[in-house]
Design a protein around this ligand. Structure first.
Ligand code: TNX
Length: 547
């Protein structure tokens, strides 16, 4: 690199650090998450009637990104930008070029470089995922009205001239959505995924089974959707254990296997991997309502219609439990291409196991010390099932108790302790501590007054301080930290409230997981967020308005 170029990059970095990059035409680059490197220059590119999109020839994934770009721009502009195959090395004037050719391999699987000049827009990336993220940046470089689904008149569709080089800090940038405590419709789930992709997030952690409802169709066990998916609560936030609902109104729902395939495909086209979560051994009582023979006591049970954790869990001494779960997981892996399958593993009360003759016999036969080791035995058996299907197990940090399954990945939620322990043991980690990543919690003290008392206050500014890499880890241990997740548990968040739980906190998390640590600056971010709100407004996101 030339000395001059280096100096220029340095100068721009300084400007970028100091605040939003201000351009000659008074256009600000307010992209969230903040790109690694931004070099603005005067002028802008105008998207108009004659603008074309050229895509590298012979690569369907690249062509799909080009088509996606055209589709994103069509409704608001009313322009149908043609997607053409690139035939010459030269980029014609008044066009976009989308290509994986001649890109810098150091940008990795998800990075991209974007060069906007007055004559054209060149988007290069080593891999199609990077091109997809380049398109997300382009959307945010255009006026906010670009997100309108209806034609907008009187707006100049300009993109400021700029050179952006960008790649993510972490490979796992996720969000959990709990569709058990509250059922969410298929279009809503797709929109949730869309908004994740818009913020360059790439994992949708789908919480599909829990005490208050089982939400995934399993062909071999039809009673899971006939019985376990429905509860007597009516709609709305769940009430507490000691104050059950005063109605018998049926509430629930489930996703058919066709729904799931549809959602998984949709997510794939947005470079989002859907990681399903099938809870075991605890948080599983909805399954026991339909199949009480899998419990320690034999039931009968009712689908829980309140918050709280059920004492009834899968019997760990009964072979039928493992047959059932193996069958369920066989159907799950057919539906979800994700390498990782989440098995929950959190908050499993040991009360039933302590009194259950079968569980006690298992402890004895396997030479286990106690019920914690019985849970570890359970998880290790399930890991073998997943490994035999070429999948990897991920579970909440309780799976550390009684000994970690040999190849398990740990999702740390009770602080970062689990993350540290697991990575020190050489295991991969996804970090989502309640302190920074629980977006079901209230934003403020005032809001907290009407929320369950286990929840602490989590303003966006605190989310922005989230650091997934604990300092006291060695570099080798740090490499085990894959990234993080923002979790939307929904005990008290029906579908219509999910937006305001997630946003703006997810925008802050997206930046902590994508952007270089050195660029982190709350004042700069909150300035960009003010502009970003205009985009969220047009997207129809009902974000929470923090004072
Ligand atoms: C803890 S996080 C849970 C969830 C609840 C959440 C509420 C975790 C692994 N378990 O079941 O919904 O707290 O904040």
């Amino acid at each position: 690199m030339k000395k001059q170029t280096k100096a220029a990059i340095f100068a721009v970095t300084i400007i970028a650090l100091a605040g939003s990059v201000t351009l000659a035409a008074d256009t600000k680059i307010t992209v969230i998450p903040k790109p690694t490197q931004i070099k603005p220059s005067p002028g802008h590119f105008i998207v108009g009637q004659k603008t074309a999109i050229y895509a590298q020839s012979g690569c369907s994934d690249v062509e799909n990104v080009a088509k996606y770009l055209s589709e994103q721009l069509r409704p608001a502009t009313g322009l149908s930008l043609v997607v053409l195959e690139q035939s010459k090395a030269q980029v014609p004037a008044d066009s976009f070029l989308v290509t994986t050719e001649n890109s810098d391999s150091a940008l990795g699987d998800e990075g991209y470089e974007l060069l906007v000049t007055k004559t054209n827009v060149v988007l290069r990336a080593p891999k199609p995922a990077g091109l997809f993220y380049g398109v997300q940046t382009l959307r945010q470089l255009l006026p906010p009205q670009i997100e309108s689904r209806k034609k907008v008149l009187g707006v100049d569709w300009t993109i400021p001239c700029v050179e952006i080089t960008d790649k993510p800090r972490f490979e796992w940038r996720g969000s959990l959505l709990d569709c058990c405590r509250q059922f969410m419709t298929v279009p809503f789930v797709k929109r949730y995924i869309d908004l994740l992709a818009y913020h360059k997030m790439n994992r949708f952690h789908w919480h599909l089974t829990d005490d208050p409802g089982w939400r995934i169709e399993i062909k071999k066990y039809p009673k899971l959707t006939e019985i376990s998916a429905w509860r007597n609560s009516g709609p709305g936030p769940l009430r507490s254990w000691d104050n059950p609902p005063k109605t018998d109104e049926i509430y629930g729902g489930y996703y058919t296997q066709d729904d799931i395939r549809d959602i998984v495909d949709y997510a794939k086209s947005r470079y989002v991997t859907v990681v399903p979560e099938i809870e075991m051994p605890g948080h599983s009582s909805s399954a026991l309502v339909a199949y009480p023979e899998l419990s320690c006591t034999g039931g009968p049970f009712k689908v829980q219609n309140t918050m709280g954790i059920s004492d009834d869990v899968y019997c760990a001494g009964n072979e039928k439990t493992f047959e059932f779960l193996e069958d369920v997981l066989s159907e799950v892996v057919e539906l979800f291409p994700s390498l990782y399958i989440h098995i929950g593993g959190d908050e499993c009360p040991k009360k039933r196991w302590e009194k259950c003759p079968k569980c006690q016999a298992r402890i004895k036969a396997e030479g286990l010390k106690d019920e914690h080791e019985l849970q570890s035995y359970f998880v290790k058996r399930i890991e073998k099932v997943l490994l035999s299907k070429n999948r990897r197990l991920i579970g909440w940090d309780e799976i550390l108790e009684g000994g970690l399954a040999p190849q398990a990945t740990v999702q740390s939620w009770r602080g970062m302790k689990g993350a540290i322990e697991a990575s020190q043991q050489g295991h991969d980690v996804v970090a989502s501590p309640t302190s920074h990543c629980y977006f079901d919690y209230p934003y403020s003290k005032e809001q907290a007054a009407s929320f369950p008392d286990w929840m602490s206050v989590l303003p966006t500014e605190k989310v922005y301080t989230f650091e997934p890499l604990p300092e006291d880890l060695t570099p080798a241990q740090q490499r085990h930290i894959l990234g993080g997740e923002g979790n939307i548990w929904t005990e008290v968040a029906p579908q219509e409230q999910v937006d305001s739980r997630a946003y703006p906190r997810l925008t802050a998390l997206a930046e902590t997981l994508w952007s270089p640590k050195e660029l982190r600056n709350w004042n700069d971010f909150s300035g960009r967020l003010q502009s970003h709100y205009k985009r969220l407004d047009v997207l129809g996101v009902d974000y929470y308005k923090e004072k």
